[in-house]
Design a protein around this ligand. Structure first.
Ligand code: COA
Length: 184
């Protein structure tokens, strides 16, 4: 797909921007948080792993994924990550993943970042449906889905192996392009 390249999206007090090589230390610190390792990136253990994780997200391959760092717009401190991935241009759909650094949780970072990435995807790629899955035990992630305008669609049994090596049941949510945008 011909697009000019990674885009920056202002989102209230936050900003979605392309990942940079010099994010490696902040990304490493975030990725070794126990909750992030459990629910997002269990394989990241070393700074080299984090550099590999980062390298992958710096690619802007809209046939596969569009990934952003989320930073505090006032301080430029990294507060989170959001990624539209598994972009399928035949089916016009994608999946979304995200995390927030522990110090910034509970401030609406994830809900706003997810909403912004969805709106960008619906308007630009274009895609018509975005799926979001989280482990049943990850209640905060379900709240993010709800706040970001997703509709609960079902319970998937032992559907994904998370960072603890266990296959967890997941809840499936989806947002369609013509679903009402959330009030955030
Ligand atoms: C899940 C996660 C991304 C949420 O990020 P965040 O920036 O704090 O999210 P938001 O502030 O937008 O919303 C979180 C909501 O969950 C709620 N919440 C947090 N912990 C909760 C819990 N244990 N039980 C119920 N609700 C909870 C918050 O109160 C908030 O809801 P509110 O705005 O109605 O008060 C963050 O906790 C995280 O990074 N966790 C580890 C990685 C992860 O789980 N990624 C998602 C994988 S699917």
């Amino acid at each position: 797909m011909e697009l000019s390249g990674p885009v920056t999206l202002p989102v209230g007090p936050f900003r979605l921007r392309p990942w940079r090589e010099d994010d490696v230390n902040a990304a490493f610190a975030a990725l070794v948080d126990p909750d992030t390792r459990l629910w997002n990136a269990g394989w990241v253990r070393t700074r080299e792993d984090a550099a590999h994780w980062l390298e992958r997200r710096q690619e802007w391959t809209l046939d596969e994924h569009a990934s952003w760092a989320v930073e505090d717009a006032a301080t430029a401190v990294l507060v989170g990550s959001v990624s539209l991935h598994s972009i399928d241009r035949d089916q016009n759909d994608a999946e979304i993943g995200y995390w927030t650094v522990p110090a910034a949780r509970g401030r609406g970072v994830a809900a706003r970042a997810v909403d912004a990435a969805c709106q960008w995807g619906f308007g630009t790629l274009p895609i018509d449906r975005i799926e979001l899955c989280h482990a049943v035990e990850n209640v905060a992630s379900g709240r993010v889905a709800e706040k970001a305008g997703f509709t609960y669609e079902g319970h998937l049994r032992r559907s994904y192996r998370y960072g603890d090596g266990v296959k967890h049941d997941e809840l499936l949510w989806a947002r369609l392009a013509d679903d009402p945008a959330p009030l955030l």
